[in-house]
Design a protein around this ligand. Structure first.
Ligand SMILES: Nc1ncnc2c1ncn2[C@@H]1O[C@H](COP(=O)(O)OP(=O)(O)O)[C@@H](O)[C@H]1O
Ligand SMILES: [Mg+2]
Length: 283
């Protein structure tokens, strides 16, 4: 029997759903709290066939994945995918290089270069984001030069070192919602639209989720986006524009608790199936 190890920190509803799905399928599954592990290659027992990384903390998750992969254990997602998706600047570069539609972006380290970047992106408004953030936290829609100066000064004086890299993106006038597609390998299985009166439409910030059809365009754009980062279990955020879909960012430790009900798709079961395929070397 294939044994699945789910490495977690805080146990969210997603981890409970994955655990239940694995048990329903008769898979030998163990929850392992990443905060209690000792990553010592001389002592670490690789007593599972595949590991699923589900840490809320990106730092802990990244170290674990690197460790396991270096020891030769199959891990979902791979270290390369985590690296590609964990940093928005890196994701954007990979999408751009692969010719996948993505909003214009630039990174700068000072106010003057940031002003130049804004001009290149087509002027205000722009969105400033922490390259390593999530849940819509610390995003700033910057409407003018005074706001740019203020936001960047706050980052410089109060921020942690990674926040002093200013990731800027053109502001996309989306229709009160964005799209999140759930990708397995390079295949979209289901998607939701996230609607909110606020321009930040994360469900973690109160946006409401409804089913969105898996159109040929969505499948095509997401397949190319997934391939650009190496393929895996991915949640792809997209915007609808008059020119078609554009990929905003990609998430490699996806949250989906608000998405199974509206889509009717058993994401947790598909996550387990994907991990089992990886154990067999087929994913
Ligand atoms: N460039 C943008 N233009 C318009 N809306 C944006 C832009 N960037 C982000 N948003 C909004 O903010 C949300 C969170 O941004 P995102 O880049 O996905 O960061 P996070 O990792 O925090 O989810 C998006 O789902 C979208 O609603
Ligand atoms: Mg997002």
């Amino acid at each position: 029997m294939t044994a699945l190890a789910v490495f977690h920190s805080t146990v969210r509803l997603e981890e409970k759903l994955i655990l239940e799905a694995a048990r329903r399928k008769g898979v030998a599954v163990r929850l392992r709290d990443i905060r209690e592990e000792v990553l010592d290659p001389r002592a670490f027992a690789l007593d599972f066939d595949v590991a699923l990384e589900r840490s809320v903390s990106t730092v802990k998750g990244d170290y674990l994945v690197d460790f396991l992969e270096t020891l030769g254990a199959p891990v979902v997602n791979t270290a390369a995918v985590a690296r590609a998706c964990g940093d928005k600047f890196r994701t954007s570069i990979l999408l751009e290089r692969a010719g996948v539609p993505t909003p214009r972006f630039a990174l700068a380290f000072g106010l003057e270069p940031a002003r130049e970047a804004v001009a290149r992106l087509g002027g205000y408004p722009v969105v400033a984001k922490p390259p390593l953030g999530s849940w819509g936290r610390l995003l700033a829609k910057i409407n003018d030069d005074d706001a740019l100066e203020a936001v960047l000064e706050h980052k410089d004086v109060l921020g942690t070192p990674p926040q002093k890299a200013y990731y800027l993106q053109e502001y996309v006038r989306k229709p009160g919602r964005d799209i999140r597609a759930f990708v397995f390998g390079t295949e979209v299985r289901c998607a939701i639209a996230r609607a909110s009166a606020h321009w930040i439409t994360n469900t973690a910030r109160g946006a409401t989720a409804s089913a969105y059809p898996v159109t040929p365009e969505l499948s095509d754009v997401c397949a190319r986006a997934a391939a650009a980062v190496g393929g895996g279990l991915l949640a792809v955020d997209l915007f609808e524009t008059p020119d078609g879909l554009t990929v905003n960012e990609m998430n490699h430790t996806m949250e989906f608790k608000n998405s199974e009900a509206p889509t009717g798709y058993p994401i947790s079961e598909a996550v387990v199936d994907y991990a089992l395929e990886r154990a067999k070397g087929r994913a």
